[in-house]
Write a protein that binds this ligand. Sequence first.
Ligand SMILES: [Zn+2]
Ligand SMILES: [Zn+2]
Length: 376
Amino acid sequence: MVRGAVQTGPLAYEIRSFERPTVGSDEGLLRIEACGICGSDVEQYRGHLVRPGMFPLIPGHEPLGVIEEVGERAAERWGVSVGDRVAVEILRPCHSCDHCLTGRYMSCPNRDGAYGMTPLSRAPSLWGGFADYLYLHPWAILHKVSKDLPPEIAVMFNPLGAGVRWATMLGEVGLGDTVLILGPGQRGLTSVIAARARGAGTIIVTGLSRDEGKLALAREFGADHTINVEEEDVVARVTEITDGALADVVLELTPIADQPIRDAIECVRHSGRIVLAGLKGGKSVQLVTDRLINKGVTVRGAFGVNAEAYIEAIRIIESGRFPLERMASGTFELADTEAAIQALADGDAIHTCVCPDGGSALAGAVTSREEAADAG
Ligand SMILES: [Zn+2]
Ligand SMILES: [Zn+2]
């Protein structure tokens, strides 16, 4: 039997058993090694981001695993064999429409939904990463990853893919650029790594007093300066650090708060670039748009991550150049999926993941439910 951590409603999880699906020529079955957790999982756990009628479902949209079974045609198309380790993208685009054919597959209107968001009622139910196995739909997108890495590190393809896309692709960070990253969460830290890998000059990261540990890690990953926004004025500090030149690129990654958007506009140089990726819960934000015009600023909205960024992220992880294990805050068993999400929601953890078979010995091995409770 196959185990899956099923979300039955807001804040409600239970372990259920499923039949192992049979695999046709165009499909596959993935044995999950690890499934990463991000802010979206926290939102989904609380009952947001999920359309009515979607419960019950198996969440988990950042899966990494080993090909357990693969049909003949699928093996050829994906270029994989049984035993290969792959990362799976969240979306299942059609690969045939104009959007897909011109590289904008994330906008595919015909897509077959998303992993971690497809209800159990749709056969074969195994549509989420918090389970022993994941069904590989013919439209799934897979990326091979080296088997030499611990699963807890390899699974960081997702947050690092975000850092790569936001900093280097949308923000176009280049050699010697000054980069300001507002927010030191999982994706702020991976943006530091991506900007560093791309040859950025000065990297500055902001955070709150409670983010002290994360800011220290940002410095370890290559940030030159960190700013505690509760003690220092961001615009004044950035002006001082850059000697008035300001930032070439600003990444705004903070959730809910709107002051960082105004700070981004003041801290970017003339003709600089701002990437917005911090969701504000749908609220409107007051801005003096004249500032954007007069500074000739390019503002880009960051929607998700694409294959180009995932491939680059996997290369960075495989290079071993950055101590990514420093981001691994906890490995949780399938039965402790809620604790894994809670640990991230509580704010101290940077990256947590669920490993159905227990994961490697990294980060103090498996965190049991009791240990997680002790850790607050
Ligand atoms: Zn995610
Ligand atoms: Zn399409």
